[in-house]
Design a protein around this ligand. Structure first.
Ligand SMILES: [Zn+2]
Ligand SMILES: [Zn+2]
Length: 107
């Protein structure tokens, strides 16, 4: 399906902008209103950014000097996670490098 610019009759092409696609005139840059063209070309976002996946990729978690309350090991992984409503501050989680004990601290 090809559409043409209402102003200059040039071809309208899809232009990727962020995670969505807009329909834009190749010549004069006029942007067509959303919904004017089939949305089939819009790519599905690969992954929602900002989401922290637990239990996976522990290697990429930062290690800090903190004492494990269980085994007294002093190197722990930590991460933040939004566990409750979005308007509340995220909870800080810790995971012991040695015994894998997980605990949380409210900020
Ligand atoms: Zn145009
Ligand atoms: Zn521990």
């Amino acid at each position: 399906m090809v559409e043409f610019c209402k102003k200059c009759k040039s071809m309208i092409i899809p232009v990727k902008k962020g995670s969505s696609v807009i329909m834009k005139c190749r010549k004069c840059g006029t942007v067509m209103k959303k919904g004017a063209i089939s949305m089939k070309i819009i790519e599905k976002p690969k992954q929602s950014k900002g989401a922290i996946i637990l239990e996976k990729d522990d290697v990429s978690l930062p290690l800090i000097d903190k004492e494990c309350p269980k085994c007294e090991h002093t190197r722990v992984y930590w991460w933040l996670q939004q566990t409750r409503s979005a308007d509340e501050p995220p909870t800080q989680f810790f995971r012991c490098e040695k015994c894998n004990h997980v605990w949380r601290e409210y900020k």
